[in-house]
Design a protein around this ligand. Structure first.
Ligand code: XMP
Length: 321
């Protein structure tokens, strides 16, 4: 891989912010750029850099794909409003669910999400705003995993031989591409993001679709969203790197109200990791696991089984899809 990583111990965050903002300003000139927030740290940091470089000539959007966590679009809009940055929420759920309809293969699902983002949604936003550039928070680990053929990360284009200018009609700028997560958090902190944002656990671009095994439908996303909310509330105090709920495709026999209930399974994962390249399951107290199982089976209709992943990455990966 040609790209050179900037290690956290050689990073001067202030200088990095100055240099990247100047670079963005020079490339975009007096034009307009767009970017999209996902709820993750990387896109939040890119928004800060882009805003510093371009002010109101950066149009920031939150694409509500229908795959987001509970209350996420509004929470993100509000956090940025407090920083004086306007984020417009775009309702795009129909486009994503129709692209995902009938798809069960993980890489096909990822590709459908990539195409919907870049072709349909950004394509339209770029045309309507008159922008020629899209700023995005691709990081070093995203590139590395895609190049290694482990997972097609939703935001990787050039390394897969895709020329965005040719295919979608705009250029993509990736100011964080040489950094990994801990370095990105440091840049976010230095750029003035609030702690709730720069310390957020990572969240994947394909959002809850990365956590639904099998077909991604609005009903199945609603189940994993409700389970995610419970898992995040219970596990945030652990300070773990990432914690999540996964909806499995196969069913198991359970009992509800004294009757057979052939129901769904939720898998909980809670990871210790520095940079997402390798990870190991957190040793959670059994009482925590039991209360998670109780709340998920009571609050999420149709779930009769909750399991905890005890596999390291590798051979597991952090998300399920
Ligand atoms: P995996 O599942 O590959 O995830 O072990 C490594 C880290 O990357 C996040 N992830 C993604 N982030 N686009 C992203 O921006 C994606 O397509 C994507 N897939 C996984 C994952 O949450 C973890 O932090």
């Amino acid at each position: 891989m040609d790209l050179k990583e900037i290690m956290i111990d050689e990073l001067d965050a202030n200088t990095f912010i100055e240099e990247k903002s100047a670079e963005i300003a020079a490339i975009v000139g007096d034009g307009i750029a767009v970017n999209a927030l996902s709820g993750g740290v990387d896109s939040a940091v890119v928004t800060m850099l882009g805003h510093r470089a371009l002010g109101n000539r950066l149009k920031s959007y939150f694409i509500d794909t229908g795959l987001m966590r509970k209350d996420e679009p509004e929470q993100i809009r509000q956090w940025f409003a407090e920083l004086g940055i306007t984020v417009e929420i775009i309702d795009a759920a129909d486009a994503f669910f129709s692209a995902l309809k009938g798809k069960t293969d993980p890489e096909e699902k990822r590709e459908a999400i990539t195409e919907t983002f870049y072709k349909d949604i950004f394509g339209r936003l770029v045309r309507e705003s008159g922008a020629r550039y899209l700023l995005q928070g691709t990081n070093y680990t995203d590139v590395e995993e895609t190049v290694a053929g482990i997972k097609r990360q939703h935001n990787i284009l050039e390394q897969l031989g895709i020329d965005p200018q040719e295919r979608y009609g705009y250029q993509v700028l990736e100011p964080l591409i040489q950094l990994r997560k801990p370095a990105i958090r440091l840049v976010g902190k230095t750029a003035g993001l609030n702690q709730d944002l720069y310390l957020r656990p990572p969240f994947p671009g394909p959002a809850l679709a990365a956590r639904v095994i099998g077909e991604v439908t609005p009903e199945r996303v609603a189940m994993v969203r409700a389970a995610t909310d419970i898992v995040e509330r219970h596990l945030a105090p652990t300070g773990a790197f990432q914690y999540l709920a996964i909806l499995h495709d196969d069913r198991v026999t359970g009992i509800r109200d004294g009757k057979r209930d052939y129901g769904c399974q939720i898998e909980v994962r809670c990871w210790n990791s520095k940079d997402a390249i390798t990870a190991s399951p957190t040793h959670l107290p059994f009482e925590t696991l039991e209360s998670l199982a109780d709340e998920i089976t009571n609050a999420v209709p149709g779930v009769v089984s909750v399991t905890y992943n005890i596999t390291k990455k590798p051979p597991s990966t952090i998300e399920a899809v």
